[in-house]
Design a protein around this ligand. Structure first.
Ligand SMILES: [Zn+2]
Length: 451
């Protein structure tokens, strides 16, 4: 094992060079920009590492491809680990807030900057390199290895189920390492066992057929106000969602989950300082903060667009108002059912004129704390980082439900992303020390998993 550590240390420049190459290929799924180019690049980097790789498509070639990688172990291990990652990134805007070109991959001291440096190209590179260095040092990998690298994660993994259906025989595995994992401010990796679900909708209110002079506000209903009235019936100021039966069917925490949540560290002051907030929703304190992150559904206004927001004054009554809302869901909530409840709520409250457009829905998933894979990953993380934190669920969303349903394998998050690495924001970065440690950790995960 120490031999692997040595080679990881010795080869860090190669790791960073490949990460830079990936960052320099923009791959923005929201704009359908650079995706095929990036998929081919990932396949090339995998092949260079000694992993058999292919770029796979669905019948509709306009859908971004997945990169599939595979390497069989020559040892007796018949266990297969699957690394799930994505090569797409979030849009780089707002451009003016970046200190460097978002796609430069600029290295400064311990940091690699750029869109995707952490999410998810940094994570992907640690896994490819873990396999490459095992091969280099021992001529083999401890267990069978598969890679599934998709190109639509940042837009909700819309076709992942279709890929599962089409290529299910290739993707079978015994355990999944999820696409990302956070490391906290004390350098402790957070091993997360679940993901929240998501219902993303757009509500559209229509006013006059064209923008009107705002003097007519005495007669013509303003669509922005329509939306504001509707929104205020959906959630109270404590964050509670007021839609009828919204929480019906939510699976309560198990005893084991509650005890893990209670033991999870959370530095309230550090968190508040990082985000510049003085208090939390509903003035949450203590364990309630952690319970909220792990298992509380949300109704969040992600964007609101109406009227004039340019410089100075324009007295206008807009013809349309649009709000984008994301609802985080927890285990037991079915996206389709929640959408129906939202529609019922609006019509029962007199807002049937507001159009509801579904953007995306996916259910939540959690791996059981008692699964042996959890212990193996925890051991590997402790050996590399000195300590590790188990988290019942990430507060974020990913297609874990589809994986668990189709592959019937436990899914676990462990990775290299510093928790304040500004992912999805300007000046996103990856920390080189964490890329190094995580590569070593992934090698140990494969070893533990094989034994
Ligand atoms: Zn992301």
């Amino acid at each position: 094992m120490s031999e692997i550590n040595e080679i990881v240390d010795a080869e860090m420049e190669g790791l960073i060079a490949d990460l830079k190459t990936l960052i320099r290929q923009p791959s923005i799924s929201a704009k359908n920009y650079g995706l095929v180019e990036c998929a081919n690049l990932v396949a090339k980097i995998m092949r260079k590492a000694g992993i058999n790789s292919e770029v796979l498509y669905l019948d509709d070639k306009s859908i971004p491809p997945i990169v599939y990688g595979e390497l069989k172990s020559k040892s007796n291990s018949n266990k297969t680990i699957l690394f799930y990652n994505h090569y797409d990134v979030q849009p780089e805007e707002p451009l003016e807030l970046w200190e460097n070109d978002p796609f430069s991959g600029k290295v400064e001291g311990n940091y690699v900057f750029g869109r995707g440096s952490a999410d998810d190209k940094g994570e992907l590179i640690t896994r490819i390199k873990a396999v490459e260095y095992c091969l280099k040092k021992t001529g083999d990998v401890p267990c069978n290895v598969k890679f599934l690298v998709e190109g639509e994660e940042e837009v909700g993994s819309v076709h992942i189920e279709q890929y599962f259906n089409r290529y299910s025989n290739r993707l079978s595995c015994d355990g999944v390492i999820w696409e990302f994992g956070y490391v906290d401010a004390k350098d402790r990796p957070i091993i997360s066992l679940g993901m929240k679900g998501l219902l993303y909708v757009e509500l559209i209110a229509k006013g006059p057929v064209r923008d009107a002079h705002s003097s007519l506000a005495v007669l013509i209903e303003n669509p922005a106000w329509r939306l504001i009235y509707a929104l205020s019936t959906m959630r109270d100021q404590t964050g509670k969602i007021l839609i009828k039966d919204w929480y019906k069917g939510v699976r309560p925490f198990t005893e084991q989950e509650l005890s893990v949540i209670a033991s999870e560290p959370f530095d309230v002051e550090e968190f508040k300082e990082e985000y510049g907030v003085s208090k939390f929703v509903a003035d949450a304190k203590g364990t309630d903060i952690k319970k909220a992150l792990v298992g509380m559904p949300t109704c969040n206004v992600a964007g609101f667009n109406s009227g004039y927001i340019g410089e100075g004054a324009k007295t206008v009554l807009p013809s349309q108002a649009v709000v984008k809302i994301d609802f985080r869901l927890v285990p037991g909530m079915v996206p389709e059912k929640q959408l129906e409840r939202l529609n019922n709520h609006l019509s029962e409250h007199g807002f049937s004129d507001i159009e509801v457009k579904l953007i995306h829905g996916e259910a939540a998933a959690r791996t059981a704390i008692s699964d042996p894979f959890v212990r193996q990953v925890e051991q590997a993380a402790k050996e590399t980082f000195g300590s590790a934190i188990i988290s019942v669920s990430s507060a974020g969303t990913g297609p874990m439900y589809s994986f668990a349903k189709v592959l019937k394998a436990p899914c676990i998050s462990i990775g290299s992303t510093y928790m304040f690495a500004r992912i999805h924001s300007p000046n996103e970065f990856a920390r080189i020390d964490l890329l190094n440690k995580t590569t070593k950790c992934i090698v140990r995960v494969m070893e533990r998993f094989a034994s």
